[in-house]
Design a protein around this ligand. Structure first.
Ligand SMILES: *[C@@H]1O[C@H](CO)[C@@H](O)[C@H](O)[C@H]1NC(C)=O
Length: 360
């Protein structure tokens, strides 16, 4: 029995070290000139969803890299870009921010599609009449009632589109335009970008060109600065883990941010550097709380190049990994100690038996 226990424990020790050495999950996928910018996780279908620079499609990507076109919508104007995506699991829909890049005629809308029938539920133009700046519908988040919130990266405000598809402006807060632009001219036009709904009646929104984060009330649109220990300059996509940690991605890195006061303040507690070769734009939390970044090579597409290999890659905080490793090492040491104890008892059994016999 004790021999078996020792074997079992050794088996677990091997398993644990395999987990420790376990690699980052990388999903390579191929699709000619797809150039996806937006990324979402569909928990029902257990797949990633990605948009496209010009194909007017939303594709599903399995965790082994199999790509399927789920939605293809030729009703959208030719060559428009599907930017941000959000899955509304309660209503089994996917929401997509649709934007026409210059020199195409201006077009900004939120599209909603049913994930089972794959039919379009609505296509709602986002109002921007009378503005001198060309609006950019960039990212989208959805609340528990099915309301969608879309950032306007050029106009620095937020639209709201209710469950029925009725669009309005949620917030044109002065907070969004009072911080200095800190980014190179190339991306200086890009303001409000990644957005997540935090589940408690507010959004967290990041601003690319200032590196700021805002907390925005979804009822009245009142916005407050989230005071951070560093500016997230170049911030693009945002994701929220169920433990409250927020991940923000830029072309160069992922920041891990947390708050212990409901996002009055936030602290960057870790960052990992990314290779900008793949032009990372979006981050999402997938299965088992694992976070993934999309490398969609979109800049190659906007320059008119051909390309077909793209990547969704897991990102892990080194600090969190070390903490969990320490727990595993402790578990392993206790396990091995116990195994040694059992082994010792087993060794002692025979001599003890013999002694007993002799006494008898
Ligand atoms: C869309 O893109 C294709 C290929 O680049 C081009 O031939 C076509 O003229 C474009 N359509 C519009 C409306 O710009």
């Amino acid at each position: 029995m004790s021999r078996l226990t020792i074997q079992t424990l050794l088996f677990f020790a091997v398993q644990i070290s395999t987990v420790l050495a376990g690699g980052i999950h990388v999903i390579n996928f191929r699709s000619p000139n797809l150039f996806p910018e937006g990324l979402a996780w569909d928990p029902t279908g257990q797949r990633f969803l990605v948009g496209s620079l010009r194909h007017r499609t939303i594709s599903g990507v399995s965790d082994t890299g199999i790509v399927k076109t789920l939605i293809s919508d030729p009703f959208l104007p030719e060559n428009v870009t599907i930017l941000g995506l959000a899955v509304d699991p309660r209503n089994n829909r996917v929401l997509a921010a649709v934007h026409a890049l210059a020199p195409l005629p201006p077009f900004n809308a939120l599209a909603a599609y049913d994930l089972s029938s794959r039919r379009r539920l609505f296509l709602s133009p986002l109002p921007s009449e009378g503005e001198h700046q060309r609006a950019i519908a960039n990212d989208v988040a959805v609340d528990f009632e099915g309301n969608a919130y879309v950032t306007n990266a050029a106009g620095n405000y937020i639209w709201k589109v209710n469950k029925k598809g009725e669009a309005s402006t949620l917030s044109k807060s002065a907070r969004f335009t009072e911080h200095p632009v800190l980014i190179d001219a190339e991306y200086s036009f890009c303001g409000l970008n990644g957005v997540v709904y935090n589940g408690k009646g507010y959004l967290l929104v990041v601003q690319t060109n200032t590196g700021k984060m805002f907390k925005v009330d979804t009822e009245d649109g009142v916005a407050r600065d989230v005071v951070l220990n560093e500016d997230l300059v170049g911030a693009d996509g945002v994701a929220l883990r169920s433990d409250g940690v927020v991940l923000v991605v830029s072309l160069k890195r992922v920041w891990f941010v947390k708050s212990d006061d409901g996002w009055g303040r936030g602290v960057v507690f870790d960052r990992i550097e990314l290779d900008d070769e793949g032009f990372p734009t979006s981050v999402v939390v997938g299965q088992r709380e694992r976070a993934y970044v999309l490398h969609g090579h979109i800049v190659k597409g906007t320059l008119g190049n051909q390309w077909e290999s793209f990547k969704i890659e897991e990102v892990r905080s080194g600090k969190e990994k070390r903490a969990s490793e320490n727990v595993w090492i402790l578990v392993m040491m206790v396990g091995l100690g116990f195994a040694y104890f059992l082994f010792w008892r087993f060794q002692m059994k025979e001599p003890l038996k013999k002694m007993n016999k002799k006494i008898k």
